[in-house]
Write a protein that binds this ligand. Sequence first.
Ligand code: GLV
Ligand code: MN
Ligand code: MN
Length: 405
Amino acid sequence: MDVVELLGEIAEIGRDPVRGGYSRHVYEPAELELREWFRRKSAGLGLEVETDRNGNIWAHWGPVGTGTIAIGSHLDSVPGGGAYDGPLGVASSLAAVSALMDEGFVPAQPVTVAAFGEEEGSRFGIACLGSKLMAGAIPGATVAALTDDTGVTYAEACRADGIDPAGLGRDDERLASLGAFVELHVEQGVGLADLDSPVAVASSILAHGRWKLVFSGEGNHAGATRMRDRRDPVAAMAAAVLAAQRIASAHDGPDSARATIGRLTPIPGGTNVIASRVDAWLDVRGDTDPQTRALLEEILEASHAAAKEHGCGLEVTEESYVSTVHFDANLRERLVEALDGVPVLATGAGHDAGILAAEIPTAMLFTRNPTGVSHSPHETASDEDCRAGARALTEVVRILASEPR
Ligand code: GLV
Ligand code: MN
Ligand code: MN
């Protein structure tokens, strides 16, 4: 199996004619089709396919047992995302297993390829749901009750892939079976382009969280309401967006400080209607927990001031938070050594490997992205680099699965 050919097989699945790129949201038809594709390809390699009770799919090479080396990533995307974020890791994993099988390699440890569910949080709002459920980082009942934009609950949606919502929750048995997890991912930055290297090993992930901001004002007529009589939540929200941008920019220098409002919904949303409410989602990231929390506090203070200035209310809810992740140093060094001293890079993007890092040794490989653009239809990686990434993952599995633990 060739990683580029594998990506070619799914290139038409989930294309978004409006946004461009791909919209492959968990348990919606495109993502279900990708799940079936992954199951079919895995079965074709002779792997034993299993869907766990948290909606993650596993393709086992060898009997499941302790010390299993897991590789893989996710198949879902952000709205209008690129072709590589997620599927590159899954396709590279299948290619790596296939290459080792072709060589006649016999793993001393079981190897498994994982496809995690709802990594982006594009449908139910919280990222890395599959890995968080498995690690018990979020209660199953909380996830079951999450709703998408149309009011469908996670509990209803997951049945589309045969998942019983009653089973959602920490999976001690599976966690105990895993010796390590290595996720290959397209780089989401220009670190490798700058270093002129096709592959890197990850060092850390920024602390990051999501907050829902609900600005409430007074719905009214766009023509009949004098400007001075308005309580317009869109105006308040706009001031908050600019404040977030200004505050994070002031901190984003020697420190990493990121603040984004990329999703907002005015209600009711009419051209000639002053909205009565705006729902906005704030994504804040930083080097450490104290730095991230301090940045958030500053942004929220400015947002409350903006709401007050426009006669509006503001309610803030923390939807998710993940502390800074430092990947397992020992595993990282073994990967760097196995790959002849490839560069080590930090990232600002969240990953299932970051969630599982709290439970088992995890590591990541990055494949060069020449423009650094990600979460966009313009995300890219060359065929040559995709193959270099898959070869690197092959070497990593060869080394990790050769050593009895
Ligand atoms: C996931 O890609 C994230 O960093 O939000
Ligand atoms: Mn992503
Ligand atoms: Mn991803």
